[in-house]
Design a protein around this ligand. Structure first.
Ligand code: PLP
Length: 454
């Protein structure tokens, strides 16, 4: 490991690349949070990644806590994935016709997760967008219901009170997003017509009474309730048992339950968060880990519902590169590696729980109030004086001190620790993280907390 002090302020190459990037793409990045807007400073341009380490264009090493926002659960440049992709590559990069690898990954996903049918797409956004169309086609209803601060990708109807990068913007605007009465909300992005947003009802996560009230008033018009079974996109929010009960009541009322497991799928357990929490959604969406770091998403569920998808049924959904052989090979290798190591989730959980305890100790020693939410290998340390574990809703999370977070983030970066560059994101730990990484991270964290108070 590089020592933190060896890497202060060598950002010449990243700065030069950022300047060139800004000349060719909006804000210099291809996905907003990467631009470091909410924490300031120059985004590091990454040259390569291996195991738990990111290396930037200036040659600085960082202990990575993002894992490409989730996919790299077994660390970067995993030999099994690399070799599978190289092998597939020799046979051509795309066919536009079906191939065996799609069947193999379909068999793996149905066997592991228990869904009857699965359809592969190219991103999490495509998965949720397609699942909603399917739910509407299946039920013949127009409305969907989502939760404040949950993020489901950037399809128009889902950019309503959305989390992730949109949450940083909303909190900067005062935290109150366009509330318009029971269940109604305005779009969180320009370019989304109000008419689209009007079809998306919004309720507070972890508020069973609000969900029950909305279901009583509008349930007969609602095709589906889409939710993150454990939220990563408002920072980590863990569902209350009473909220899970209310989700069961949604299903009992004949409204489809769509679990967005893009972040949590194959991360919190092989059967995702829903497996852990005992939910049996009608449809499930995946992304990230399912593609082993290549662009893959998927949605699946009961045969009765999935058979509505074209060409078997009337709900159209297609993709030139869907089922791409390299992507399928990467996904197969990733799921194979996870299945071959059943103890991996316990190890990830132990590491991340130690990380949580160490952060609490470091912050407390420095007199910096933080509130940690951790489950499995997902964690957010909110800069908040709320007791640990008590942040349960978007509104709770939005009270965090984002300026303090930004200062701490910069302190971590300067010490060689790459954390998620927003208060309202989860970090992701990988199985490549060792005790040496843990100790180095906690030492840097304690120093970065202490530096906030001097
Ligand atoms: N759903 C959830 C829960 C996510 O976290 C994300 C992305 O972070 C998405 C959907 C969108 O996935 P993608 O970025 O692959 O389009």
């Amino acid at each position: 490991l590089s020592t933190p002090s060896s890497q202060a302020a060598r950002t010449t190459q990243s700065q030069a690349l950022f300047a060139r990037a800004q000349a060719v793409t909006p804000g210099g990045v291809n996905s907003p949070v990467r631009a470091f807007r909410s924490v300031g400073g120059t985004p590091r341009f990454i040259a390569r990644a291996n195991g738990a380490i990111l290396t930037d264009a200036d040659g600085n090493d960082y202990i990575d806590h993002i894992g490409s926002w989730g996919p790299m659960i077994l660390g970067h440049n995993l030999p099994a994935v690399r070799e599978a992709v190289i092998e597939a590559l020799a046979g051509g990069t795309s066919f536009g016709a079906p191939g065996e690898r799609e069947v193999l990954l379909g068999e793996a996903v149905t066997r592991i997760t228990g869904v009857d049918r699965v359809r592969f797409v190219n991103s999490g956004t495509e998965a949720t967008m397609s699942a909603l169309r399917l739910a509407r086609g299946f039920t013949g209803r127009k409305y969907i219901l989502k939760f404040r601060g949950n993020y489901h990708g950037h399809a128009d109807g889902l950019l309503v009170e959305a989390g992730s990068g949109l949450m940083t913007d909303a909190v900067a605007d005062g935290g109150q997003l366009n509330r318009q009465g029971l269940g109604q909300a305005a779009p969180s992005s320009a370019g989304v017509p109000e008419e689209y947003a009007a079809l998306t009802l919004v309720s507070e996560y972890n508020d069973p009474a609000a969900l029950d009230a909305l279901m009583t008033a509008r349930g007969h018009e609602i095709a589906a309730v889409i939710f993150e079974p454990v939220v990563g996109n408002a920072g980590v929010l863990i569902p209350n048992p009473e909220f899970l009960d209310a989700l069961h009541r949604v299903q009992a009322a004949g409204v489809l339950l769509i679990a967005d497991e893009v972040m949590t799928g194959f991360r919190l357990s092989l059967r995702g968060a829903t497996g852990l929490l005992g939910l049996r959604p009608d449809l499930t969406c995946w992304g990230k880990i399912i593609g082993g770091g290549l662009p893959v998403g998927a949605y699946g569920g009961r045969a009765e519902v999935m058979n509505f998808v074209s060409p078997q049924g009337p709900v159209y959904q297609a993709g030139t590169l869907s089922g791409n052989p390299l992507a399928m090979a990467a996904g197969l290798a990733m799921l194979g590696a996870l299945e071959a190591d059943p103890g991996v989730y316990e190890r990830l959980n132990t590491y991340t729980a130690q990380l949580a305890e160490g952060l609490k100790a470091g912050a407390s020693a420095a007199g910096v109030p933080i509130s940690v939410n951790q489950i499995g290998s997902m964690l957010t340390a909110f800069h908040s004086s709320a007791p640990h574990g008590s942040i349960r809703t978007y509104t709770d999370a939005a009270r965090s001190d984002t300026a303090a977070f930004a200062g701490w983030f910069q302190g971590m970066l300067a010490r060689g620790i790459y954390w998620a560059p927003s208060q309202f994101e989860s970090i992701f730990v990988s199985a490549a993280h060792t005790d040496a990484h843990l100790n180095a991270t906690l030492e840097a964290a304690a120093q970065a907390y202490a530096a906030l108070t001097v």
